[in-house]
Write a protein that binds this ligand. Structure first.
Ligand code: C2E
Ligand code: CA
Ligand code: CA
Ligand code: CA
Length: 276
């Protein structure tokens, strides 16, 4: 038993070591990936529940490593936050997403995720205006998504930065709502225009009365605060039906309407869903 314990420990150390080296390698390769255009931007539709048209699309970064294959965004975005490369990535996402959105019908907006580090640094406002200027996109068609976790570190500073963007007509969405510790406290003193209810809430609404009630009440609260409400992670017709008949949710996003997809497919989907 002792021998096995030791063997397990060594395997654990080896794994830690290889995990460390794996992360180091990804960090240095990520610099190349950014420089060599290896990152791709995918888009996932947000569908208006009333009209069943695409109201906007969320831009989601993809990285296929030439040898290691697809790297999950949670992984490489996390690494990029550690190294500071996130600023360059966010800049690229903003540029790419706004340039793509100008090709869509005027009623369709684009949403870009920003991280904690973006909100701490001084580049975000500059990168946003640079992207809007280069693309010619109206500020009202750009939305910035922030999570509660990204707001924890420097709440006042982040609030001021988001306030400035909002004052310029840019939409601000609170992402993954309900997963943080103090969700409700973020709703005052922040310039949000949209609330995206985390998919962990949606997962239970067809089986649990409590989940459905929770969802309906969050939606009612958001409605009272003049926020646009989004249900994230809608995967089935039953979930959609429950949301439509029991809540005041405005928009739905999830695999039911489309997985994140390349720009050309996004254009086709918008064209087919939004035709007169
Ligand atoms: P997120 O911002 O909450 O993005 C939504 C995630 O949920 C996406 O995962 C999307 O593919 C997934 N999703 C959408 N609909 C469904 C559904 O019906 N069921 C399930 N199970 N999942 C669904 P993805 O693309 O893997 O991204 C993961 C996270 O990585 C994002 O979570 C976001 O926090 C981060 N991320 C992705 N792209 C970027 C980016 O360009 N910049 C930053 N800062 N973060 C990004
Ligand atoms: Ca998001
Ligand atoms: Ca989310
Ligand atoms: Ca998330």
């Amino acid at each position: 038993a002792k021998a096995r314990g030791k063997g397990q420990y060594q395997a654990f150390v080896a794994e830690m070591d290889s995990d460390f080296r794996y992360r180091q390698r990804l960090k240095s390769d990520l610099a190349l990936a950014i420089a060599q255009d290896e990152l791709k931007l995918f888009y996932q539709p947000l569908v208006d529940l009333g009209t069943r048209r695409v109201a906007g699309c969320e831009a989601l970064a993809r990285w296929t490593h030439p040898e290691l294959g697809p790297i999950p965004p949670d992984v490489f975005i996390g690494l990029a936050e550690e190294t500071g490369q996130i600023s360059a990535i966010t800049r690229w996402v903003l540029r790419t997403a706004t340039a793509e959105c100008v090709n869509w019908p005027k009623s369709v907006s684009v949403a870009v995720n920003v991280s904690a580090r973006d909100l701490r640094g001084e580049d975000l406002a500059m990168h946003v205006s640079e992207a809007l200027e280069a693309s010619g996109l109206a500020p009202g068609r750009l939305e910035i998504e922030v999570t509660e976790t990204a707001l924890i570190e420097d709440r006042e500073g982040a609030a001021a930065k988001l306030e400035l963007l909002a004052a310029n007509g840019i939409g601000i969405a609170l992402d993954d709502f309900g997963t943080g510790y103090s969700s409700l406290s973020y709703l005052h003193g922040m310039a949000f225009s949209k609330l995206k209810i985390d998919r962990s809430f949606i997962a239970g609404i067809t089986t649990s009365e409590r989940s459905l009630k929770l969802m309906a009440n969050v939606a009612r609260l958001g409605r009272d605060l003049d926020l646009v409400l989004v249900a994230e992670g809608v995967e089935t017709e039953d979930q959609l039906e429950a949301i439509a008949s029991h809540t005041t949710i405005d928009q739905v996003q999830g695999f039911l309407f489309g997985r994140p997809m390349p720009a050309d497919e996004t254009r086709e989907l918008i064209a087919s869903m939004n035709q007169a």
